[in-house]
Design a protein around this ligand. Structure first.
Ligand code: NAP
Ligand code: ZN
Length: 352
């Protein structure tokens, strides 16, 4: 099927219209017309090749919401006309212990990403959700409860699950004290979700300018990470800190904020960080951990939780042709708190 999207042709080129072909649905595939796609900081990292290994043309986008237009012969979970969603994963081996434990993101044979991954069957580079259409294996397509507002649901598929998974893993709930470092796309979802779970939530931001927003999102307080006096007073205050900062940064100021047995979960910077001191780890059994998105079953659980509790991201809707400006604004942390692309703004695919 012919479709149109926006692609980066190199690490230095801007995203521009790109006409390409989506495969015909295989027996277990679902064909989706994309209605909305969220803009994740990872899309920017991939387009610019910040992590190395980007393949061009690169069509980013893994916060996808759409409507089913066709299904393969063996599809049982989805029907034509259903509203569905796709996140960061479009395939995995489904055979290994991790896949059997519903943790496809840690598949022993490597998961297939929604973009920038070789397709498991034909080896072609996957192209993501900044496009009119996508074709995805049904096991990786999520159901959407009709209480969810489609225009604001996309960011749950990455920002939502990446926050939800560590909150669940480290038992966030009434009485737990959670810090969220970086109030951006992931951070604002971490605040909403942790607050909905009943936790006491503190935002750790570079700036006090976000205080009113933080409180409106459900946080109890905001701590300015550069305020050394306030940071010293906050020693031993948290059970869990979710660190969403997207660049190389010093985590040493955060570690003493954890209580004994507390955990700093890094979800932002993929790569290296300046050396962490072992002192707060040894003198307090504190831990540094990481976490990658979440599995498909947990993503469905998170979507259902958000539908039940009426949790939606705060979004700014953009046209597809505003994506380059949106990337620049995201780099300046000038988004409150997630851009979503309205795919109706894309021209129709070229005929013939
Ligand atoms: P985002 O919307 O740009 O938010 C990042 C926030 O971090 C900003 O709002 C800002 O908050 C803070 N920040 C930005 N630049 C900073 C700097 N130079 N120094 C210190 N703080 C800075 O990004 P996002 O979409 O939430 O993504 C965050 C990171 O998570 C990205 O690196 C992304 O690739 C990664 N990610 C990881 C996973 C995973 O599975 N682990 C999934 C999705 C995304 P303040 O202004 O409040 O300080
Ligand atoms: Zn993402």
């Amino acid at each position: 099927m012919k479709t149109i999207g926006y692609a980066a042709q190199s690490a230095t080129s801007k995203l521009a219209p790109f006409h390409f072909e989506r495969r015909a649905p295989r027996a277990t595939d679902v064909a989706i017309e994309i209605l909305y796609c969220g803009v994740c900081h990872s899309d920017l990292h991939a387009a610019r090749n910040d992590w190395g290994g980007s393949v061009y043309p690169c069509v980013p986008g893994h916060e996808i919401v759409g409507r089913v237009t066709a299904i393969g012969a063996d599809v049982t979970r989805h029907a034509v006309g259903d509203h569905v969603a796709v996140g960061c994963l479009v395939d995995s081996c489904l055979q290994c212990d991790q896949c059997h434990h519903d943790e496809e993101q840690y598949c022993r044979h490597g998961y297939t990403g929604t973009y920038n991954s070789p397709d498991r069957i034909n080896g072609e580079n996957t192209l993501g959700g900044y496009a009119r259409h996508i074709v995805v294996r049904e096991a990786f397509v999520l159901r959407l409860d009709n209480r969810l507002d489609l225009a604001r649901t996309g960011p749950l598929l990455c920002a939502g699950i990446t926050s939800y998974s560590p909150l669940r893993r480290w038992n966030a709930g009434p009485g737990s004290r959670i810090g969220v470092a970086g109030l951006g796309g992931l951070g604002h979802m971490a605040v909403k979700l942790a607050a909905a779970m009943g936790a006491h939530v503190t935002v750790l931001s570079r700036t006090a300018d976000k205080l009113a927003d933080a409180l409106a999102l459900g946080a109890d307080e905001l701590l300015v990470s550069g305020d050394t006096e306030a940071m010293a007073k906050a020693a031993n205050r948290f059970d869990l800190i979710i660190d969403t900062v997207p660049v190389k940064h010093d985590i040493n100021p955060y570690l003493p904020l954890l209580d004994i047995d507390g955990t700093l979960v890094i979800v932002g910077q993929v790569g290296t960080l300046p050396e962490p001191s072992t002192v707060p780890m040894i003198f307090g059994r504190r831990r540094i951990a990481g976490s990658l998105i979440g599995g498909i079953a947990e993503t469905q659980e998170m979507l259902d939780f958000c539908a039940r509790k009426n949790i939606h991201p705060d979004v700014e809707m953009i046209r597809m042709d505003q994506i380059n400006e949106a990337f620049e604004r995201m780099e300046r942390a000038d988004v409150r708190y997630r851009f979503v692309i309205d795919m109706a703004s894309l021209p129709a695919p070229q005929a013939g």
